[in-house]
Design a protein around this ligand. Structure first.
Ligand code: SAH
Ligand code: SF4
Length: 334
C-alpha cells in the first residue's frame, strides 16, 4: 500500500486497509464520499489528505487514447492507452520529461523536470481503469514506455509495480507488465533480483557504439559491451526472454550491414534468449532530418534476422495523429 495512505490509516483496524484498497482499485471510486463502508470522519480525512480526483485532458483516435494529466505542482505528463483486439494496454510515464536526450525522442528533447512518485504512476492507470469501468472492460497490460527512463526512478517504479501486481491492488499479472530501459545496467541487475517477474525491454537501436552514441548520448556511459553483459547475466539468472527494441530510421539504423552486426552481437550472448522488436520511427517534430525506413527495408532487415534464427517482430505504430506514439510524448498540448 502507498506510504501516505498507510500513514492516514494508522491506528485503524486492519480490515480498513482492505476496504480502502477495494474502493481504490476494485470499485475504482473517484471520490471518497462514494465509499459506503468507511466511517465519515475517515472519509473526510482521506478527502482532505488523499484526494482522488484526476485532472486530465483526453485525446482520441479510434484505438488509442492519450491522457494529458496535470499533477499537483502543475507539471503535465502523458499516458497512452492502446486498445488491441484482445487486450487493453497502458503506456505509463515514469518521469516528467527525461534527462537522457535521445535525439529521436520528443520527451528527450524537452529536458527533465522531475521523477514521478509511486502514486503519480498509479494515477495514470487509475485514470483509464475508471473510464473503462463504465464500459465493463479492464486494463490487461502495462508498459513502462512513456516519458522518462524507468531505471533512473527505479525505487518508485518497483513500488508501483508491486501495487499493479498486488491481488488487493490492480491484480495485473507480472507477465503482463514490461519495463523499457536505455540500458542502465544497475537497473537491469536490480530487476533480475526483483521477486515479481516482469518483462524487460532494452532500447538498443544500433549494433554500433559510434552510431548509438550519436542517437543516445547515454551510450558513452553504458556501452553496448556493458549492456550485453548485463543482459547475459539477467537471462542466466532469470531464464526470461529479453526484448531488444530497435528503432528503424532511414539510412541511420536500417543498413543491411547493421542487421548482420546485430545478429552477431545477439549470438555472442551466452544464452541468446532475446527477441527483436522493430519500431518504425515516428516523427517526433524535433529532428526533421530523421525519416522512417521504407516498409521494404524493414521487411528486408527483419528477414536477415529471422534467417539468422533470431525472433523478430514489428511494432505497430499507434496514435501518431494525437502525438501519442513512441517518442512523441512531450507533456504539453501539441
Ligand atoms: N526511456 C525508456 C522508455 C521510454 S521510450 C527507453 O528509452 O527505453 C519507449 C520506446 O520508444 C524506446 O524504445 C524508445 O527508444 C522508443 N522511441 C523513442 N522515440 C521514438 C520515435 N521517435 N519513434 C519510435 N520509437 C521511439
Ligand atoms: Fe528518455 Fe527513452 Fe526518450 Fe531516450 S527514448 S530520451 S531514454 S524517454
Amino acid at each position: 500500500m502507498l506510504t501516505k495512505l498507510k500513514k492516514i490509516l494508522e491506528g485503524q483496524p486492519a480490515y480498513r486497509y482492505k476496504q480502502v484498497n477495494e474502493a481504490l482499485f476494485k470499485s475504482l471510486v473517484s471520490n471518497w464520499d462514494e465509499v459506503s463502508n468507511l466511517p465519515k470522519e475517515l472519509k473526510e480525512k482521506l478527502s482532505q489528505d488523499f484526494p482522488l480526483e484526476i485532472n486530465a485532458k483526453i485525446f482520441k483516435e479510434p484505438r488509442v487514447m492519450k491522457a494529458l494529466i496535470e499533477l499537483e505542482d502543475g507539471i503535465c505528463i502523458e499516458s497512452v492507452l492502446m486498445m488491441y483486439e484482445k487486450r487493453n494496454s497502458i503506456c505509463v510515464s515514469s518521469q516528467a520529461g527525461c534527462a537522457l536526450g535521445c535525439t529521436f525522442c520528443a520527451t528527450g528533447q524537452n529536458g527533465f523536470k522531475r521523477n514521478l512518485t509511486v502514486w503519480e504512476m498509479i494515477v495514470q492507470v487509475l485514470f483509464f481503469a475508471r473510464l473503462f469501468k463504465e464500459k465493463g472492460e479492464r486494463i490487461d497490460n502495462i508498459v513502462f514506455m512513456g516519458m522518462g527512463e524507468p531505471f533512473l526512478n527505479i525505487d518508485n517504479v518497483l513500488e508501483a509495480i508491486k501495487i499493479l501486481n498486488d491481488k488487493d491492488g490492480f491484480n495485473i499479472g507480472a507477465r503482463s507488465i514490461s519495463v523499457s530501459t536505455v540500458g542502465i545496467t544497475e537497473g537491469i541487475k536490480r530487476l533480475s533480483d526483483f521477486p515479481i517477474q516482469v518483462n524487460l525491454a532494452v532500447s538498443l537501436h544500433s549494433p554500433d557504439d559510434k552510431v548509438r552514441s550519436q542517437l543516445m548520448p547515454i551510450n558513452k556511459k553504458y556501452s553496448l559491451e556493458k549492456i550485453f553483459m548485463a543482459i547475459d547475466n539477467y537471462i542466466i539468472k532469470t531464464n526470461r526472454k529479453v526484448m531488444l527494441e530497435y528503432i528503424m530510421i532511414e539510412n541511420v539504423t536500417d543498413k543491411i550491414k547493421m542487421a548482420k552486426e546485430l545478429a552477431v552481437l545477439i549470438k555472442s550472448l551466452e544464452k541468446p534468449l532475446v527477441m527483436v522488436n522493430m519500431i518504425p520511427y515516428n516523427e517526433s517534430g524535433v529532428i526533421s532530418k530523421y525519416k522512417p525506413s521504407s516498409p521494404e527495408r524493414m521487411e528486408e532487415f527483419k528477414m536477415i534476422l529471422i534467417r539468422e534464427g533470431i525472433d523478430c517482430i514489428m511494432r505497430r505504430s499507434f496514435g501518431t495523429t494525437i502525438a501519442g506514439a513512441c517518442g512523441q510524448l512531450a507533456g504539453k498540448e501539441s
